[in-house]
Design a protein around this ligand. Structure first.
Ligand code: DON
Length: 551
């Protein structure tokens, strides 16, 4: 599975280095992406195909009912852009739908049912990528997804495991038991999953572009289903949906150029802040205990600012230029004690209760022979999203409204706190952590990203640190290396199980960090690399996705 998911192909034979590489969370998506390259498509066509296939074969992670970010690099003129296909809040949204008169969150309101779903952006994103950047028509690039939805595919162990975990959501959800369960039980590995209605919706998009989704019968069915499930979508929410092309966040770290997601993702800003802080110190190896202390302190400060300042920049003023600048990092770095964790009170964050966690999303990376690149992180938020499928469309809707902040001290499913900058407002995009990223230096260019909610940012941070520290790129090493995570609040450092020595734990505990081993490894990082020396390309998929039971 692993090899198939991430293999780089050579058009000319196995003994010639591949020029193109694709890494995705599912071998069927990766294969279909390569097929597009072989049919004369570029990285952007392959990106359309991979996203659409992932929506069919990993319906629990992302799909037409979700949103996300595509980070693009066009080789011909080095143009770089982030296609923001993040979900928007419907026009009729108010915070009071999610919080009672005492300021207490209504259980499940942001996570289940029609109120939890934002207006999807993926269909508009696919149509935009194909029209503006691709060479192939949607009817070609969507064909593999249509075939897999119509004819079915045999589910893998990962699907079976996730469906089991979410069995009760799927049983109670709208049309979800009929589509995703086998006689009201989580299907076993090998079960043939057919989604003919999703195939028809994909066909409508193939024929009419985004109008096939945002106007007409599909749009009407979506609005009807959301209303019936307690939500407040109107047809105008769909017809008004627009992707936005945004300038990515760009900065340098020790001579490497980093390009990452801009607002409404916090990813690039928080990554820039943490790396700029770390640049003030001698070379940082994320897994050496002395350096890990610095990494945790940098993350603490970066995530504190995420909470304080970040939100949809179309709605709120965010001091982005200051936050990502070197001089601000200088002042933030000055408050780090090399020997002791900074107490949470010194950063004036009030610890409060959080909700339970559940993760899911998908990332893929593509680089073609010409050097066009795509890093895409797409999501319906938690596993199987809101649990609402609009009848006859096969579209499983997201629960991305949970990424908004409901009020001071009210954490979301990723234990993230936020402020007014990320408050609910009509048509606003919830703050994301999804961080498709390019890292470029004399060695070449790496495209990376991962699912994992707030942990995405620390995963990508490690990816950058490891890449910059390596003389020769070990891509599998980068996606496999052990992980820890800190996000300012809660004031704990999560560590992957069986990954750090007793000495490592003791050294960090002695500096005042509270370490919390969690019960599963996390992440499903997908990376590609193209050598700046000879153009050879390689891909690597995180073994956690299939082999290690990780998220
Ligand atoms: O946009 C975000 O940050 C989240 N909705 C992403 C969710 C996620 O990565 C879950 N993954 N495992």
């Amino acid at each position: 599975m692993l090899a198939l998911a991430s293999v780089a192909v050579s058009a000319t034979g196995a003994d010639v280095p591949a020029r193109a590489a694709i890494a995705s969370a599912h071998p069927l998506a990766t294969e279909a992406g390569y097929k597009m390259l072989q049919q004369g498509g570029n990285a952007f066509d392959a990106a359309v195909t991979v996203a659409a296939v992932l929506g069919v074969v990993e319906p629990y992670s992302a799909g037409l009912g979700g949103g996300g970010f595509w980070l693009l690099h066009r080789a011909a003129d080095k143009f770089e852009v982030m296609v923001d296909a993040r979900e928007t809040a419907p026009a009729a949204i108010t915070n009071s739908l999610y919080v009672d008169e005492n300021g207490v969150p209504v259980p499940g309101a942001t996570l289940k049912g029609g109120k939890a779903a934002g207006i999807p952006g993926v269909p508009a994103g696919l149509a935009h990528l194909a029209r503006r950047y691709g060479r192939l028509p949607l009817r070609v690039s969507l064909a593999p997804a249509i075939a897999l939805a119509r004819d079915g595919f045999n589910i893998d162990s990962r699907f079976a495991r996730i469906a089991k975990v979410r069995e009760s959501l799927l049983l109670e959800g709208v049309n979800t038991a009929r589509i995703f369960l086998d006689n009201n039980h989580a299907p076993q590995q090998g079960y043939l999953l057919r989604q003919p209605q999703l195939a028809a919706t994909l066909e409508a998009i193939a024929l009419q572009g985004s109008n096939g989704f945002y106007l007409g019968p599909v749009a009407q069915a979506l609005v009807g289903a959301v209303k019936a499930a307690g939500g407040m979508w109107q047809e105008s929410d769909l017809s008004d949906y627009k992707i936005v092309e945004r300038a990515p966040v760009r900065f340098s770290y020790r001579g490497a150029t980093i390009v990452s997601a801009s607002l409404p993702s916090s990813g690039g800003v928080t990554l820039a802040q943490t790396l700029n802080i770390l640049e003030q110190f001698p070379l940082v190896d994320a897994r050496n205990p002395a350096s890990a202390h610095l990494v945790i302190e940098a993350l603490r400060r970066g995530f504190q600012d995420r909470m304080r300042y970040l939100g949809d920049s179309d709605f709120v003023k965010v001091p982005t230029a200051t936050l990502v600048g070197k001089s601000y990092a200088h002042s933030r770095a000055a408050s780090i004690d090399p020997n002791l964790a900074t107490p949470i009170d010194a950063l004036s964050i009030t610890p409060l209760a959080a909700k339970s966690e559940s993760y899911n999303t998908t990332h893929y990376s593509v680089i073609d022979a010409d050097g066009n690149r795509v890093g895409a992180t797409l999501s319906i938020n938690s596993w199987f999203g809101s649990g609402v499928v609009a009848a006859d469309t096969g579209v499983l809707l997201n629960n991305e409204i949970d990424d908004f902040s409901l009020g001071a001290g009210l954490a979301n499913t990723y234990h993230l706190l936020g402020g007014a900058a990320n408050a609910i407002a009509p048509r606003k995009r919830p703050l994301s952590s999804m961080s498709p990223t390019f890292v470029e230096d004399a060695k070449g260019v790496m495209v990376i990203g991962a699912p994992g909610g707030s942990r995405i940012i620390s995963m990508v941070l490690f990816g950058v640190l490891d890449y910059v520290n390596q003389g020769k790129v070990d891509l599998l090493g980068i996606v496999t290396a052990p992980r820890y995570h800190h996000q300012c609040w809660p004031d704990v450092v999560e560590i992957e199980p069986d990954s750090f020595s007793a000495e490592w734990i003791a050294a960090l505990t002695a500096k005042g960090h509270q370490l919390k081993p969690v019960n599963r490894k996390w992440g499903n990082m997908q990376a590609v690399f193209k050598s700046g020396v000879d153009g050879a390309a390689q891909a690597a998929s995180d073994p956690r996705g299939f082999d290690m039971g990780g998220y």
